[in-house]
Each structure stands twice: as C-alpha cells, then as structure tokens.
Design a protein around this ligand. Sequence first.
Ligand code: FA5
Length: 343
Amino acid sequence: MEEKLKKIKDDTLEFIKSTKILDELEDIRVKVLGRKGLLTGVLRSLGELEPEIRGMVGKKSNEIKSIIEEALKDKKDELSKSRLGDVISQEWIDVTLDPEKSARNRTRGYLHPISQIQYQIEDIFTSMGFQILDGPETESDYYNFEALNIPKHHPARDMQDTFWTEDGNLLRTHTSAIQIRGMEKMTPPFRVIGPGRVFRYESIDASHENTFYQVEGMMIDRNISTSNLIYIMKQLLSEIFERDVKVRLRPGYFPFVEPGFELDINCLICGGTGCKVCKQTGWVELLPCGLVHPNVLRFGGIDPDEWSGFAFGLGLNRLIMMKYGINDIRHFMNGDIRFVKQF
Ligand code: FA5
C-alpha cells in the first residue's frame, strides 16, 4: 500500500510539474482527488485494511493529499501569471489604457468644414448618377477661358480677375475649366461634377476670398431643359439645408451658358433684412447656372444639334456660411483650429 501511495504521489507531482496547460490541472485534480479519484479511493478503503496499518495509511494519504493540493495551487498561480503575460504581449489593444489620458484621444484630427460639405455634395450627386471628375489647379488659357466661349480680349474676362503665371498659364478662376476636360473624356449622355479650389485676384471682404472652393456640375443628354436644371438644384439645396429655403432665379450672363441664370438664396444670416454678408440686399449669390452654350459643346467635341445640357457652378464657402450662419468668409482660411473644431 505504501508503494501504491508513493506512486500516486510521484506520478501526480511529475504531471503537475510538466504541464503548461491550465485546464489540465483540473483534469488531474479530478483524477486523483475527485469523488472517484485514486487517492479518494484509498481513503475510502481504509475500513477494509488491517487495523495495524490503517492509521499509517490514513495519515500518509492525507499528507499526500495536502502536498498535491499545494502543488496544484502553486502551478495554477504560475500558469495564470504567464498566460496574462502572453495575452498582453500578443494583443495590440490595451484594454486597461485610460482613454481620457491617452495621447491618441488628445491629438484627434478634424475634417475642415469645406471637406465635409464637399463629401456631402459628392454623395448627393453620385446618388443621382453623377460621376466625380478632377482637374488641375494651374490651367491653360484654353480650358479656363477660350473653350468656354471667352476668346482673348473678350470683356467677360474681366468678370474674373486672374492670377497669371509667367509661362502664360493661370490659376484656374473657376471649376468650369473641368467642363471641357470632362466633355473630351466622356461620351454623351453623361452627368459629372467637378469639385475644387479656385483662385481670383480679388480684394478680400466678408464674402469675397482670393482662394475659395466651387463644385462644377454638368448634365448632357437629349432634350435637356431648364426644368431639369431647376429640379436638380432644388434637390441639392433641400438635402444640404434640411429645411425649406427661399431661392430666386434671375437672368445672369455667363458666356458659356445660354440662357444663363443666377440662383440666389435668401440670406440666412440676417433672414433677408440686410447685413454685411448680403451687402444689405437680403440675397446671396450662390449658384450660377444655365444651359450649355452650343459653342462650348462644339469645343468639347459634342454635336449641339443632337445633345444639350445644363451646367452650374456652386460656391462652397458661401454655401457653408449660409448653412451654419458664419458671418465672415475669412474664417475658412485663417487656420484657427477653434473654428474648425465646431463642425
Ligand atoms: C462662375 O465661377 C461660373 N463658372 C459658374 C457657372 C458655372 C455659371 C456653370 C454657369 C454655368 P461666379 O464667378 O459667379 O461664376 O462664381 C460662382 C460662385 O462662386 C458664386 O456664386 C459664389 O458663391 C462663389 N464665388 C465667386 N467669387 C467668390 C469669391 N471671391 N469668394 C468666395 N466665393 C466666391
């Protein structure tokens, strides 16, 4: 019996020493100390033993039970600690890090309101089947003026004061330059928008910048009329402002559209009573537009007898000013992070 007890003890301690798996400790506990375990069996059979060895076997069994329990506890502590170490070193998310104190929380960036509105407009138009085009900020005279029906020495060139480069190119004065590039690439029918930054050699005031943002839009198809234009413009404004806004359409002159319109919005800063943003008129020019001039279609390689279209040029800075009640356009470019953080 003594030998049997020694074997139970040695085998169990050897197993506990060698295992690296936490769950196996429970298995061996059940196998040796459980209700039907090896050592429990010995203790249960004490009554069948000769009285002279019964005391010795009982005492020895209880000693072995204590030794095994102790060894199980020590091994369990050891494996638990090393498992935590493994988890911490393998997992890249430290769930114990305090988010309030973490550097990541403090250095979070913000999308500029112009980017936000541009992405929103892109979503609105792509959901209506428009594709997004890009174009260069440094443009040629051809794409910015000539192909838009503004030949050299045409008085309409004075409508947009221009930054010229020494090699005869220019900083694009409007995103309409993207129109011709689009027509050259696409086969009608098509719908495109071209968002981007534009530059004008202008004096700055509450509603004029020398660097600002526009989104150009163009739809070419058979039998496009002013009704198509008005429908799309209304759709755009109702989604942007999420409420009814008062707009007016009045004749406007742009050499690249015929007829041309100015779509003005009732000033949301002063409610139409007059302020420095609307220059006391109660209205803000927001969205010039019109039906594409046949000459412009020809420049783009499109037959005006078969195809027609509308185009518009939306000023993004003024749109955001109206949406959020910002009373000075200079906030967009002054780099003050407190302004950007509000959106
Ligand atoms: C144009 O730039 C035309 N290319 C728009 C167009 C496209 C007309 C297609 C017809 C068909 P305009 O110069 O009005 O038009 O500028 C368009 C918009 O840009 C204005 O309504 C206004 O919202 C904005 N904008 C113009 N000048 C400035 C400026 N200096 N500062 C800030 N926003 C401006």
